[in-house]
Structures are given as structure tokens and as C-alpha cells.
Design a protein around this ligand. Structure first.
Ligand code: NAD
Length: 497
């Protein structure tokens, strides 16, 4: 795209693109230039989307799970068929490297549809006999209705599809609102849904194929409304005809959502911030455990290292971080691209400044330090991997979520102290434990107050298993059966025979 040209996005409501009178600027984080104009939707647009979703609900929920699964598989095919375009757009919109978008974000977005297309076919319900009173009890699960889905900017299409896929697989229709800072791939997906819908109708009209063999997404099943959280997001959460909200984002926004939805007793799933610890014991395989940090909610931001290996670990870790190249997202040599926004870059930098003012040592990553960036990128929001030591456990740097490429390293003595330090924050999303002693990792994993514990690995996940955080990191779990349970209501039926 030429300089000063930008995309103009439109809401996707009832299978059609609907222009919005007002727009918000969204920037290319690697240049600081406007990349697209995002609809500044409010109550009116959200209500139109909810009405379209309501209208589509009876037809969609009446389809069998395998009919719905065909539609999900079709969506997966479409995303996979356009992988490179999606990867380029995600990188441009979000600032992450194209390599990361190509190998993680977009394949996983397609896989989310494929996974839930399959998973929805394998759920069973319960049955209990009460012979002494001649009754049979059994459970049925029904879709909830119009699901409101709100996602953040760090994994834009990946996290949006992580919500859309299980919601529609279970028979709900949805109104989704992606982050106003990273909306482009959601809009591209709407284009594919519209095209697939059109070709389904043509095929159907020609009568050459059975409808379900070329299943597009029926109009109104997936509606996407773009805009600010404080307007579009708020209108969705406060809409009386949206009984369920699945939200991924910050803990502060989740508090607002909880309060806003309380009068309607909405069903909520909240996947929130983290301050994830890594515990590195003296018997760990150090080379394997030198991981990185960054804008993934599951990244390690505090590394506690057993004192006997602390100096060795710190030296190796800093050396690895220095090699971690930051720069233009399209260059495959770069591991880190740009941060999402100027404000976010300033926030992350302010934590480094705070650490310094409190007497900490900043080992690497200070400054923008990328003299090799092309001229047009000098206004981009770049920050190199930063390693800090000597920060007190009580410091805001150790307690607050930074959500950038900053890691604090600190020593510990013994298992009890390691666990106490790891648990000594208000968050509880994920932790990693590094040790070759199976008994120790098992003991420590049980005592950690986090929803996920990885031992001697990181980010390895089977989507069947529960995902979510404790304490300020979330309420509820998502993943295979948990997502199905969240996106359905269970009913107990009793038959006297
Ligand atoms: P955010 O809370 O600012 O925004 C998330 C979404 O909520 C956006 O779409 C935003 O527009 C919307 N929103 C904002 N205010 C709203 C309101 N009043 N009502 C309704 N919606 C509103 O978060 P962010 O900065 O986009 O994302 C970063 C955060 O997300 C970090 O805290 C990170 O840890 C968290 N996160 C958590 C997970 C997880 O699985 N636990 C995954 C990814 C990101």
C-alpha cells in the first residue's frame, strides 16, 4: 500500500457490510502512520447487529452439530487458503513479525474453527436413574442465544476465532467486537464469510450440489461491530438481549464489564491479565529454559532463579536477550516487531524508568536501539528485549502487568520461598517450573496459584483442556468441553415412567 492510503473498514451485520458515519484512526505500529479507519460504532450499530443475530438464531440453533461443523470447517479452509494475506495484514496492523503471524496467529485462527468443528461432535450428556421413584433424569445442553464476544489486540484473529468458533459450533449466533487497534483481519474474515455465503447461494440455486456440502456462514450468524471499548464494547455488554459475554482483555476492563452486566445477570467468561512467574531450580536444563517475553499474556515476566545458579543464569539470559533482534516486522531476522501503540510503548518504558529510579540494574534493552531501522520506521513503536535485576518484590515493576518485552530476574532460596514469591502477586494466569526432579515439579505445580503450569516447556497446549486464570487473571475456563459448557445452558429433565 502507498503512503497515506488506508483501508476503510465497515461493520458486518446480517451478512452485509454496513458503513458507519464516523471512524477512528488505527495505526501501523512499525511506522506510526494511519493504516486504517475503523468504524466508531455505538449503541445503534450494536443493536442492529444484535437484531440480526437474534433473527438468525432459530435457524442456526436448529441445525445439527455436524451441519454446523461443516460451516466451521469451511471457514477454516478459507482462512488457510488466504494465509499469507492474513499474515501480512496482521503484522501490519498489530506490529508483530510476519513470521510470527504466519506460523502462529493465522494457522491457529484456522485451527480454532477446525478444532471446535470436531469437538462439538463428541460431547455427551448425563443420565441418572431413580428407580425407587420410577424416574429417569437426564441433561440436555442448549445454546444460550446471542453471544457477545470482546477480544484484545495482542493476538487479534487468533483470540477472536477462539471465541467465535465454540460459540457458533454450540448453536449460538454472535456479535463480536475486536480491539479498535487491530481490527483488519476480523474485517477480512467477514469478506470471506460473505463470499462463501454468496457461492453457497449460487450453488444452491443451480441445484448442482446439496446445500450443506458447500456450507457458507448464513447471514446473521456472525456479526462483527468495530469500535472503541468505551462505546461499542460498552453497548454490547449493556445490551439486554445479549445474555452471555466472553471477554479477553485487561483486568480493569473486566471489572467494568462485571459491573455493567450485573443488572442483567449475564453469563461471563473473563480471560485477563497476568504477571507470570518462571521458577528455575538449580537442576534445570538452563539452555532449554532461556525463553523470551513479550506481548503474549502467557509470557514470563518474573524469573526466580535458585541462588546457586543465579549468576550463571543471569549472564546466559542477558546474552540471549541481546541476540533477540527487534525491528521491521517484515524482516525474518527480527524476533520482535513493534509494540501496538505509542501509549503502550510509553507505558512499558515508564516501568523501566521506575525500576531504574528504585535502584535496579537494567542489563539490556534500554532505549530504542535500532539504528538499522529504515527511515520511515523511526516513528514506529519499537522496544528491544529488556532484562532487569535487583527489583524488590513489592515494587510495581514486580506486581503490575507490563505486557511488553521486559523481564525481571531475581534469586530465591528453596522451594517454599520460590512458591511464595511466585504466588505473591494478585494475578494467577500461568507459571513455568524448570527442574529435572519430577517430585519437585509436581509438588510445586500443585502449590502455584495459577490456572496453567508448564514444567520444562512453555505454551504447549491441547485445546481440549481448560484454559484460564485464577485471582485477578480471570473467571471461568475456556477450551474443548469448558467452552462448550460456557456457550450452552444445561437443563435437567426428569421423566416419570
Ligand atoms: P483492554 O481491556 O483494554 O481491551 C480489550 C477489549 O475490550 C478491546 O476490544 C476493547 O475495545 C474492549 N473494551 C475496552 N473497554 C471496554 C468497556 N468499557 N466495555 C466493553 N469492552 C471494552 O485490553 P487490551 O489492552 O486490548 O489487551 C491487553 C490485555 O489483555 C492484557 O491485560 C492481557 O494480559 C490481556 N490478555 C489476556 C489473555 C488471557 O487469555 N488471559 C489473552 C490475551 C490478552
Amino acid at each position: 500500500m502507498e503512503k497515506n492510503t488506508f483501508l476503510i473498514l465497515e461493520n458486518f451485520i446480517g451478512g452485509k457490510f454496513v458503513p458507519c458515519p464516523a471512524h477512528i484512526d488505527s495505526y501501523d505500529p512499525s511506522t506510526g502512520e494511519v493504516y486504517c479507519k475503523v468504524p466508531d460504532s455505538g449503541e445503534e450499530e450494536v443493536d442492529a447487529a444484535v437484531q440480526a443475530a437474534k433473527e438468525a438464531f432459530p435457524g442456526w440453533s436448529a441445525r445439527s452439530p455436524d451441519q454446523r461443523a461443516q460451516v466451521l470447517n469451511k471457514l477454516a479452509d478459507l482462512i488457510e487458503g488466504h494465509l499469507e494475506e492474513f499474515a501480512q495484514a496482521e503484522s501490519r496492523d498489530q506490529g508483530k513479525t510476519v513470521t510470527f503471524a504466519r506460523t502462529v496467529d493465522i494457522p491457529r485462527s484456522a485451527y480454532n474453527f477446525r478444532f471446535f468443528a470436531s469437538s462439538v461432535l463428541h460431547h455427551t450428556t448425563d443420565c441418572h436413574q431413580m428407580d425407587h421413584v420410577g424416574c429417569l433424569n437426564y441433561t440436555v445442553r442448549c445454546p444460550v442465544g446471542v453471544a457477545g464476544l470482546i477480544s484484545p489486540w495482542n493476538l487479534p484473529l487468533y483470540l477472536l476465532t477462539w471465541k467465535i468458533a465454540p460459540a457458533i459450533a454450540a448453536g449460538n449466533t454472535v456479535v463480536a467486537k475486536p480491539s479498535e487497534m487491530s481490527s483488519v483481519t476480523a474485517w477480512m474474515m467477514c469478506k470471506l464469510m460473505q463470499e462463501a455465503g454468496r457461492s453457497t447461494c449460487d450453488t444452491f440455486r443451480r441445484g448442482t450440489h446439496k446445500m450443506m456440502q458447500h456450507a457458507g456462514v448464513p447471514s446473521g450468524v456472525v456479526n462483527i461491530v468495530f469500535g472503541l471499548g468505551s462505546r461499542a464494547g460498552d453497548a454490547l455488554v449493556g445490551h439486554p438481549e445479549v445474555p452471555l459475554i466472553s471477554f479477553t482483555g485487561s483486568t480493569a476492563t473486566a471489572r467494568h464489564i462485571t459491573e455493567r452486566s450485573a443488572p442483567y445477570c449475564k453469563k461471563l467468561s473473563l480471560e485477563l491479565g497476568g504477571k507470570n512467574p518462571a521458577l528455575v531450580f538449580a537442576d534445570a536444563d538452563l539452555d532449554r529454559c532461556i525463553e523470551t517475553t513479550g506481548e503474549i499474556c502467557l509470557c514470563t515476566s518474573r524469573i526466580y532463579v535458585e541462588r546457586s545458579i543465579y549468576a550463571t543464569f543471569l549472564e546466559k539470559f542477558v546474552a540471549a536477550a541481546r541476540k533477540w533482534k527487534t525491528g521491521v516486522p517484515s524482516d525474518p531476522c527480527n524476533k520482535n516487531g513493534a509494540l501496538i501503540s505509542k501509549e503502550h510503548l510509553e507505558k512499558v518504558r515508564s516501568f523501566v524508568a521506575l525500576a531504574k529510579s528504585e535502584g535496579a540494574t537494567v542489563h539490556c534493552g534500554e532505549g530504542i536501539n535500532h539504528p538499522d531501522l529504515p527511515k520511515r520506521n523511526i516513528n514506529g513503536y519499537f522496544m528491544a528485549a529488556t532484562v532487569i535485576s535487583g527489583v524488590a518484590d513489592s515494587s510495581r515493576v514486580m506486581q503490575d502487568e507490563i505486557f511488553g518485552p521486559v523481564t525481571c530476574v531475581s534469586p530465591f532460596d528453596g522451594e517454599d520461598e520460590a512458591v511464595a514469591k511466585a504466588n505473591g502477586v494478585r494475578y494467577g494466569l500461568a507459571a513455568t517450573v524448570w527442574s529435572r526432579d519430577v517430585g519437585k515439579v509436581h509438588r510445586v505445580a500443585r502449590r502455584l496459584q495459577t490456572g496453567l503450569v508448564w514444567t520444562n516447556c512453555w505454551l504447549v497446549r491441547d485445546l481440549n483442556l481448560p484454559f484460564g486464570g485464577m485471582k485477578n487473571s480471570g473467571v471461568g475456563r475456556e477450551g474443548g468441553r469448558d467452552s462448550y459448557h460456557f456457550f450452552t445452558e444445561v437443563k435437567t429433565v426428569t421423566i416419570q415412567h
